[in-house]
Design a binder for this molecule. Structure first.
Ligand code: HEM
Length: 152
């Protein structure tokens, strides 16, 4: 029952994180670049951040909890000995990549955003969205691998 609740929270966080970045990449950002107006981006970014960052923290906490059930202690996943370990390690590396790319954009690029710098932020958003989708796909495979390995 607890595991079911944690998985639902993990899905909820995934929806917010992946969905928000797809909206940003496919609708908000093209408009900001077209109109050469960073305000278009910031008007989305500021309110989204208030649920996006908590969603990412939820992913980290619930993800570690779920991963601990598959690879006790989680860190042994970096032995990469079987598909479960490799997928858990991949998810942790993708999360680290997301945190580094996101922090760089948030702390170094957004505070000094100009119309000329919009394409640079577009690359960051593209990269974070690609990693979000990779986290979603690897998670879905992880769920199936677990079922396959448990099958008699
Ligand atoms: C933005 C970040 C993340 C997204 C979008 C995401 C997305 C997903 C999705 C969609 C699933 C599929 C669940 C299923 O089909 O049963 C999943 C499963 C899983 N995720 Fe994540 N995830 C994220 C971060 C993490 C992190 C940081 C970890 C830690 C290693 C993690 C560990 C897991 C595990 C272990 C499962 C399998 C759960 C199970 O079925 O028992 N996830 N994830």
């Amino acid at each position: 029952m607890v595991a079911f609740g944690v998985l639902v929270l993990h899905f909820l966080g995934a929806s917010v994180w992946v969905g928000g970045h797809l909206v940003l990449l496919l609708t908000v950002l093209p408009r900001a670049v077209r109109e050469r107006d960073p305000e278009v981006l910031l008007r989305f970014e500021r309110p989204y951040e208030r649920i996006g960052i908590p969603a990412l923290i939820v992913q980290l906490i619930t993800g570690l909890w779920l991963a601990h059930r598959l690879v006790p202690g989680v860190l042994p996943a970096f032995a990469l000995a079987d598909p479960l370990q490799r997928l858990v390690a991949l998810k942790l590396l993708l999360l680290l990549g997301t945190a580094v790319t996101g922090a760089h954009a948030r702390l170094r690029i957004l505070p000094r955003i100009t119309p000329e710098r919009l394409p640079r932020i577009a690359w960051h958003v593209g990269l974070v969205t690609a990693m979000a989708i990779a986290l979603l796909v690897s998670g879905t495979i992880l769920g199936r691998v677990e079922i396959l390995l448990a099958a008699p």
